[in-house]
Design a protein around this ligand. Structure first.
Ligand code: 4NP
Length: 151
């Protein structure tokens, strides 16, 4: 399973989703790959926002070595699932889709809710971290349940 986490800047939310999902995957001993990207191009080549690095560190995760990159259409070929944080990300990623198979790979991380953008609100990084962790844990549970049904 290859999973891509996508937000707008790829410096606040999706790096957290990337780090949190990688940690859960390791915890569960799964053979999954995780990556992240942004729909925007402002921060290409940069590390995550220092506030995301700090909140991750509070929870024992080091995301400081991640490097920002922009989402591209070929990501649909690389990844099985593409999780976006909000409705704008959803629209932007779907705009890159070339066919229905591409579109089917894209979902909101929180299923029906959005992960709000914390960029302009320092005190939102902790609640955003917790929302993302809940979303990641639910995704892993659902995937494992579905795999179990197939076997
Ligand atoms: P993110 O947050 O999408 O969670 O990485 C943002 C980061 C940067 C900007 C917007 C949102 N920006 O406009 O530069």
């Amino acid at each position: 399973m290859k999973i891509l986490m996508v937000c707008l800047g790829n410096i606040c939310r999706s790096p957290l989703a990337h780090g949190i999902m990688e940690t859960i995957v390791k915890e569960k001993g799964l053979d999954w790959e995780v990556d992240s990207a942004g729909t925007g191009d402002w921060h290409i080549g940069s590390p995550p926002d220092r506030r995301s690095i700090a909140i991750a560190k509070n929870y024992g995760l080091d995301i400081s070595t991640q490097v920002c990159r922009q989402f591209q259409s070929t990501d649909f070929d690389e990844f099985d699932r593409i999780f976006v944080m909000d409705k704008m990300n959803l629209r932007d990623v779907l705009n890159h889709a070339r066919n229905d198979d591409d579109k089917k790979k894209v979902r909101l991380l929180l299923n029906t809710e959005v992960v709000p953008d914390p960029y302009y609100e320092d005190d939102q990084f902790d609640p955003v971290y917790q929302l993302i962790e809940q979303g990641c844990r639910r995704i892993v549970e659902e995937e494992l349940k579905n795999e179990g049904l197939k076997n």
